[in-house]
Every structure is written in C-alpha cells, then in structure tokens.
Design a protein around this ligand. Structure first.
Ligand code: ADP
Length: 253
C-alpha cells in the first residue's frame, strides 16, 4: 500500500517521476501496438483486392474459357498484372519492416547518386527529365541502396502524376545536401499534404492503382529519410504541381 510507506519529499518526487515515465512508456507501447494493428489490417485489405480479382478470373476461365480465346487472353493478362501487384505490395511491406533494422552505412556522394538515379529512368519514359547538378561531391552518411530508393520514389511519382517535364536538382544549402524533384502536374490539395506520407494513403485511389501505385512509396521514403537524420518536405499547389525535397546532413569527406 502506497500511502503507508513513509517517504520523504525527495523520494515522493522520484516515485512521481517514475510513475510518469512508466505511464508514458505504456502509452507509447499502446500507440505502437495500435499502429501495428492498423498496418496489418490495411495490408490485408490491400492484398484482398488483387486476390479476389485473380480468383474471379480463374473461375471465369474455368466456366467459359474453353472456346473463348479473347477471354483467355484477357484473363491471363489480368491475372499476371494482379500477381505483379501483389508481389510489389509484399516487397514494399517487407522494405518498410526492414527500414527499422540497422543497415550498412557508408559515406556516399549524393550528387553522383542523384545523377545515377536520374539515368535509370532514361529510356523508360519518353518524357524528358531535366537534371541540374549544381554541386559535385556532396558527401553524406547512409545506406546507398536506401537513399537511391528514396530518390527513385520521388522521381517515379513526379512522372506518374504529371504529364509535363520533370525537373530534378541536387544542390547544397548550408551544411545540407538538397535533392529536389519538381513536376507541373495536378498537385496535391493542402489538406491532403500531410496524409500522403501515411502508409497506403492515396489522394486518388483509382489513378494510383492504374499507375501501379501501392500507397507505400512515400511512407518508405519518409522512414528512410528520418533514419538518415534528414528531412522530406512537400510544397504543392493544386493544378500547378509539386516539389518534393529531401535534405541530408553533409559530412566531411
Ligand atoms: P503511390 O504508390 O500511390 O504512388 P505514394 O506513397 O508514393 O503512393 O504516394 C501517395 C499518394 O500521394 C499518391 O497516391 C498520390 O495521390 C500522391 N502523390 C505522390 N506524389 C505526387 C505527385 N508528384 N503529384 C501529385 N500527387 C502525388
């Protein structure tokens, strides 16, 4: 029984502090647990859609496929693309889980990595990416694979959600390496701007689905940037386009 213990003021304060810390820890655990539960339920929901599409096409093939070549072709194509979708979802979910693990860190030249990332898009899109490499040799500490992935996600989104030219730049601002991607697409309404970094959140579900989106890209990007002590920000205006920027602390090379 608390009250019967004869404690001086100092111990009382300490006990109070301990209780407070303990309660905060419990709240944090509860919060993490709830987030985890939401993630699992969202993830199963996202996976259920392609599974039910595959299933219904398989049943359709069984019933009416025998003498119907065009139906067979359509079904196979759909099953194939839905399977791709499921595997992308699973791969991205694993990536989100993995980000929490310590990854190999090295000193990386962000400027060179930005150039390489832009080059990977060459040929894949007919539209041009204008690349402005304002500084060479911007050394940061981190995981090469993860940082390349963040840059890839941002450029890929800019291309997916706009039809015009995309501008990518790498620069230095004070002691930060700044990578920026600008598009002139339809932009993101202000009230949605914070939410797009949430797992599975999409402003336009149908559009995202058509372009092979899962709603996980920006959540992955945000987690990686945070892990690297950096910042990921968005500036966007409806119908004028968006600019996504990451800034990471530069280290002495
Ligand atoms: P997705 O796989 O759907 O692209 P993301 O997590 O990468 O998922 O992005 C979440 C949502 O944010 C997208 O579905 C889209 O609605 C919006 N979004 C992301 N980038 C852009 C952009 N450059 N322009 C307009 N909307 C964007």
């Amino acid at each position: 029984n608390w009250k019967k213990i004869n404690v001086d003021n100092r111990s009382r304060d300490e006990l109070y502090e301990m209780e407070k810390t303990f309660n905060e820890m419990i709240d944090q655990l509860k919060d993490n647990f709830e987030k985890q539960e939401i993630f699992v339920s969202d993830a199963s929901h996202e996976l259920k859609t392609p599974i039910s599409i595959v299933k219904s096409y398989a049943q359709l093939l069984e019933r009416r496929g025998t003498d119907n070549p065009s139906l067979v072709k359509e079904s196979i194509e759909t099953i194939d693309s839905e399977a791709d979708r499921m595997s992308k979802l699973v791969e991205q979910m694993l990536r989100l889980a993995k980000n929490k693990e310590a990854s190999v860190t090295e000193t990386i030249d962000m400027s060179a990595l930005a150039k390489e990332t832009v080059c990977t898009f060459d040929g894949a899109y007919s539209r041009e990416i204008q690349f402005d490499q304002r500084r060479q040799q911007l050394m940061v500490n981190g995981s090469r694979d993860q940082l390349e992935q963040v840059m890839y996600i941002l450029v890929d989104n800019a291309l997916k959600y706009s039809n015009e030219q995309v501008e990518v730049s790498i620069d230095q601002s004070n002691d930060k390496a700044v990578f920026s991607v600008r598009d002139y697409g339809k932009g993101i309404p202000e009230q949605e701007q914070a939410r797009i970094f949430e797992r599975f959140y999409r402003v336009d579900k149908a559009r995202s689905r058509d372009t092979g989106g899962t709603g996980l890209g920006l959540a992955i990007a945000k987690a990686i940037v945070k892990e690297h002590q950096g910042e990921l920000t968005v500036f966007s205006k409806t119908d004028a386009g968006s600019t996504f920027t990451i800034s990471l602390p530069i280290v002495d090379s």
